[in-house]
Design a protein around this ligand. Structure first.
Ligand code: SF4
Ligand code: SF4
Length: 306
C-alpha cells in the first residue's frame, strides 16, 4: 500500500475574501484526489517554532507539497529553519537560478532527509488548474498511479489552527550562504550566532527589530530573506535577491546609498529599542578566511556617526 502524499495549504497572514475563495477551489480539487493527505495551516512564517502546527509538520516523513502565499524560497527556508527539511523541488513557481552563485550547505550541518519539498507560490494564482496539473505530474512521475490508493476513502482536508501573531525575523537560504558572517558582525541585536559547526545561524529570531531588513541589504550572497517585506529582492525573489545590495527602483533613481540606507534602518531599530549605538555592539567573530569586498562597505557603515 502506498502512503498518501502530504499537501500543506498555508493561509496568508491576513487573507482577503478572494484568497479564501481560491483556497476553497484548491481544497475542492485536492479532496477529490485520494492520493493526497491535505492539511490547512496558518501562515507559515508566523508559526511558533514549538507550536502544534510545526510539530505536526515535523512528523511528516515523506515528500511534501506546499502551497503558500510566499516565494517558494521563503516557504522552503522557513520550513527548514523549523526543522522541516528536504530538497527543494522544481516547480513553475521557482524559475531556474544561476547555478554559479549557489554554494553547498555547510559541512557539519544537520542531516537532510532524502525527500523532496515542492513549494508553490499562490500569490500569482488565477485559478488552481495549472497548480493541480503540475501536482498531478509530480505524482505521476514519482509515485504509484492514483488507482492504487483509490481504495482509501476520499478524505476531507484537516485544519490545524493555532493562535499566531505577526512575526518578523530573518530567514537564511543555506544553499546560498557562504558563511562570511557579515550579518553576524552587522546586527546589534544578537539575532545571529554560530552553530556547533561554526556556521552562521539565526539563534534569536524574535530579537530582530520589526521592520528592519538591514542585514538582508548587506548580505553579499542574497541569502537573507524577510518573507513579508514588500521588496521582492528582500522577500525571496530568486533573481532580484542576487542584485547585490538591495534597493528598489525608486531608491536607485533617488540616488540612495545602500550602505547609508542599511545604517539608517539599523539606527531606526536602535531608536525604537530605546538604545543608542554606544549601548550595543555587534557580535565579533573571526574574520572570514578570504575578506570579501563587502567588508569595506560594512566597515563604512559601522563608521557612520550613529
Ligand atoms: S551575510 Fe549572508 S552569506 Fe554572510 S553569513 Fe550572513 S547570511 Fe551567510
Ligand atoms: S540587522 Fe536588523 S534586520 Fe538584521 S537581524 Fe538585526 S535587527 Fe533584524
Amino acid at each position: 500500500m502506498s502512503e498518501k502524499i502530504a499537501v500543506v495549504l498555508a493561509a496568508d497572514r491576513h487573507p482577503r475574501p478572494e484568497q479564501g475563495a481560491t483556497q476553497g477551489l484548491f481544497l475542492a480539487g485536492l479532496e477529490h484526489r485520494p492520493e493526497f493527505d491535505v492539511t490547512v495551516v496558518p501562515h507559515l512564517y508566523d508559526l511558533a517554532p514549538d507550536g502544534p502546527v510545526v510539530r505536526m509538520l515535523r512528523s511528516i516523513r515523506g515528500d511534501m507539497i506546499v502551497l503558500a502565499w510566499l516565494y517558494p524560497r521563503s516557504a522552503f527556508w522557513v520550513l527548514d529553519a523549523n526543522g522541516i527539511r528536504g530538497r527543494l523541488g522544481r516547480t513553475f513557481s521557482l524559475p531556474e537560478e544561476d547555478a554559479t552563485v549557489r554554494t553547498r550547505r555547510k559541512a557539519g550541518d544537520v542531516e537532510i532527509p532524502d525527500r523532496t519539498i515542492w513549494c508553490f507560490d499562490l500569490r500569482a494564482c488565477d485559478g488552481p488548474e495549472p497548480y493541480l496539473q503540475q501536482i498531478d505530474e509530480i505524482v505521476a512521475e514519482k509515485f504509484v498511479p492514483a488507482e492504487q490508493v483509490a481504495e482509501r476513502a476520499n478524505g476531507k482536508a484537516r485544519r490545524l489552527e493555532e493562535p499566531t501573531r505577526s512575526r518578523w525575523y530573518p530567514v537564511i537560504d543555506l544553499e546560498r550562504c557562504t558563511d562570511c558572517k557579515e550579518c553576524l558582525n552587522f546586527c546589534l541585536f544578537g539575532v545571529y550566532s554560530l552553530d556547533a559547526a561554526g556556521g552562521t545561524m539565526v539563534e534569536q529570531p524574535d530579537a530582530c527589530r520589526p521592520g528592519c531588513p538591514a542585514c538582508a541589504r548587506i548580505c553579499p550572497s542574497g541569502a537573507i530573506m524577510f518573507p513579508q517585506h514588500n521588496d521582492p529582492a528582500i522577500a525571496g525573489d530568486p533573481r532580484a535577491s542576487l542584485q547585490g545590495l538591495k534597493l528598489d527602483l525608486s531608491q536607485i533613481f533617488a540616488g540612495v546609498d545602500p550602505a547609508a540606507l542599511a545604517a539608517q534602518e539599523r539606527q531606526r531599530a536602535l531608536a525604537d529599542n530605546g538604545a543608542s549605538a554606544g549601548d550595543l555592539a555587534p557580535r565579533q567573530v573571526d574574520p572570514p578566511d578570504e575578506k570579501p569586498s563587502l567588508d569595506q562597505l560594512v566597515d563604512n557603515v559601522d563608521g557612520l556617526d550613529l
